[in-house]
Design a protein around this ligand. Structure first.
Ligand code: ADP
Length: 240
């Protein structure tokens, strides 16, 4: 019953999230059709329409990404290959660079142990990008974001730490739910879909891992992707 309830909530949420930009697009197209006062006004309306179209596209791309991860996790698992964390970090930072530069945020990378692991590099790059983009989006200009990799006895950790606005404790348990946002209008204004962290959670789970967050308002946030190092695909050898 709980699963059925979650599915219903999800469909209702998706419909609502798609309907809002669609209603705006329809309204502005109809206004344009009736004729406007000046070319400048027409241009302004077209700009608004484009913004909402981009929003629809971002939501649909994130939804497709979620269903792709779910499908792969169910059907034979993800495509793990031996990958260098340094390569994944380089690709992720390159993707986030324009947004970071625009917000005057410096991204520092550290991978002292030069970690190599069996992961799906495309998915892990995506998860890292989502965490980095949030760190940049929810920080004031001039702050620093740190991206680092660590190895413990049983796992590899990818850590994204920011000096941003932080998160109140009451939001933390629901943060990774689809479409959960603390400040809806702020998230929308900076181009968020509310799906970024849910994608990160699914990517970690597809690797047999999980995500954690430590944060408090004003003190910044610290997100960690935990990936188990035990070989997931190989059956355990019997103890002799
Ligand atoms: P969005 O697209 O809205 O950023 P996410 O799923 O990525 O959606 O994040 C969900 C919410 O968690 C965000 O709307 C924001 O309120 C909060 N959040 C995520 N990352 C951070 C961060 N690094 N600092 C502060 N708040 C964050």
């Amino acid at each position: 019953r709980r699963l059925e309830e979650m599915r219903r909530d999800f469909v209702a949420n998706v419909s609502h999230e798609l309907k809002t930009p669609l209603t705006a697009i329809k309204g502005f197209v109809e206004t344009l059709q009736q004729g406007v006062d000046s070319p400048a006004q027409a241009e302004r309306f077209v700009g608004i329409i484009l913004k909402h179209v981009n929003r629809l596209q971002a939501i649909i791309e994130d939804l497709l990404m979620l269903s792709r991860i779910e499908y792969e996790a169910k059907n034979g698992g993800i495509q793990s290959v031996t990958s260098r964390m340094a390569d994944i970090f380089r690709d992720a930072v390159q993707i986030c660079r324009p947004l970071a530069d625009e917000n005057r945020i410096a991204i520092e990378i550290s991978d002292e142990e030069e970690i190599v692991a069996a992961v799906d590099p495309v998915l892990l790059t995506q998860a890292t990008v989502n965490l980095l983009e949030n760190a940049v989006k929810y920080s004031e200009p001039g702050r620093k974001v740190q991206l680092s990799a660590h190895r413990t006895a049983s796992e590899i950790q990818i850590v994204v730490q920011d000096q941003g606005i932080g998160i109140e404790p009451k939001h933390l348990p629901r943060l990774f739910e689809r479409f959960y946002r603390i400040d809806k209008s702020r998230s929308r204004a900076i181009g968020g879909t509310g799906l970024g962290l849910s994608i990160v959670k699914h990517i970690a789970q597809a690797h047999g891992g999980y995500v954690t967050v430590e944060s408090s308002p004003g003190a910044g946030s610290h997100f960690t992707i935990h990936l188990p190092t035990a070989d997931r695909d190989q059956p355990k050898r019997p103890v002799m």
